[in-house]
Ligand binder design. Structure first.
Ligand code: HMG
Ligand code: MG
Length: 305
């Protein structure tokens, strides 16, 4: 309980909606810097339609390259359906994440299926992945609020999470897709989820649209959650969810963990290298709330050396 596990989703969530094309080498360079910083788990890419998300068209090359360079890395890939699983498996992926949204409209906008079909396809994909010996994550997106349908009933999130657990998801990732929630709502949902699911299977995925990402992570931490998604530099957002901003920044979450006396195994200066690499790729300045301070620390260390 003195350790938190972070999956850095910047190569997938962080890059999927960027207007600038990022090369396969650039993506692998980002993953390399994350590994050098001590990140043990990344979401490397997604096997989705290249028409829907052109930035992820090189998914096979990214996952094959990442696993060849970093065989010990936990490297999950997002798959929306069985075709995505088939492509991911052929490329050598060992871990997948299905993406189920908690509302009818968000599923239709994101993966062109209604809630019932999306739930069934996610279940089939999880079972098929487990039969192939893969590890599995299941997102429950718009778990707090949907950009199309407003507040999401907690009972529905619980029911879908239970179904994903029953379908053998190793990790259920509760996602605040548009960054609309606050600590009290997080605390309430985590408590409800923990009464029907093992706490250690739950992860939180916060977007930081309103600057509440770290506060929400703290509310989850205080209620026993130890698994989080985050994105270096705070990049990210679902292209099909209007108003979605970037994920909570990995560097902010690591700093929060340090302040709470929890280990992450991740080095902040190493993360700053990853932020700077992402800035080169995306040609704009990036960073979570802590990165200006991290840059000053780095400059101080350089002048003292
Ligand atoms: P569709 O058009 O309904 O699919 O798209 P279809 O089954 O009718 O097939 C149409 C064409 O797509 C066919 O090709 C299929 O083979 C192909 P064609 O015959 O026209 O040449 N196809 C595929 N190609 C590659 N990979 C696949 C695949 N499946 C079918 N897996 C589909 C349905 C799901 C494919 C599409 O809607 C899609 O790709 N959506 C992308 C969704 C996405 O990437 N969203 C962003 C990630 S989710 C997110 O960011 C939220 C998250 O971060 C958590 C949070 O913050 O909330 C996870
Ligand atoms: Mg996301």
């Amino acid at each position: 309980m003195d350790r938190i596990h972070i999956t850095d989703v910047s190569p997938r969530d962080g890059l999927q909606n960027q207007p600038l094309h990022v090369s396969t080498d650039g993506k692998l360079g980002l993953i390399q810097r994350l590994v050098q910083a001590g990140v043990q788990s990344v979401e490397a890419t997604s096997f989705v339609s290249p028409k829907a998300v052109p930035q992820m068209a090189d998914a096979s090359e990214v996952v094959a390259g990442a696993l060849q360079r970093f065989p010990a890395l936990r490297c999950s890939v997002l798959v929306p359906n069985l075709k995505g699983l088939e492509r991911a498996h052929a490329a050598g992926a060992r871990e997948i994440a299905v993406v189920l949204s908690a509302t009818e409209t968000m599923n239709l906008k994101n993966i062109n299926m209604g809630l019932t079909q999306a739930t069934e396809v996610s279940e089939q994909t999880l079972h098929a992945a487990r039969a192939l010996g893969m590890k599995t994550r299941a997102y429950v997106a718009v778990a707090f609020e949907c950009p199309f349908e407003g507040l999401t009933p907690a009972a529905r999130v619980i029911e879908l999470s239970e179904r994903m657990h029953a379908a053998q998801a190793d990790e259920i990732v509760i996602a605040d897709t548009i960054g609309a929630t606050g600590p009290a709502q997080v605390r309430e949902l985590v408590r409800l989820l923990a009464s029907s699911l093992p706490l250690e299977t739950l992860a939180m995925h916060f977007h930081d649209t309103r600057g509440m990402g770290v506060a929400n992570a703290w509310a989850a931490l205080e209620n026993g959650i130890r698994r989080f998604d985050a994105s270096v530099g705070g990049i990210g957002g679902c292209p099909f969810a209007p108003g979605a901003a970037g994920n909570v920044a990995t560097e902010d979450l690591v700093l929060l963990a340090q302040g709470a006396g929890l280990h992450t195994g991740i080095d902040l200066m190493g993360l700053l290298d990853a932020v700077e690499h992402a800035e080169t790729l995306l040609q704009r300045s990036l960073g979570g709330r802590s990165s200006a301070w991290l840059r000053r620390q780095k400059a101080k260390m350089a002048s003292a050396a």
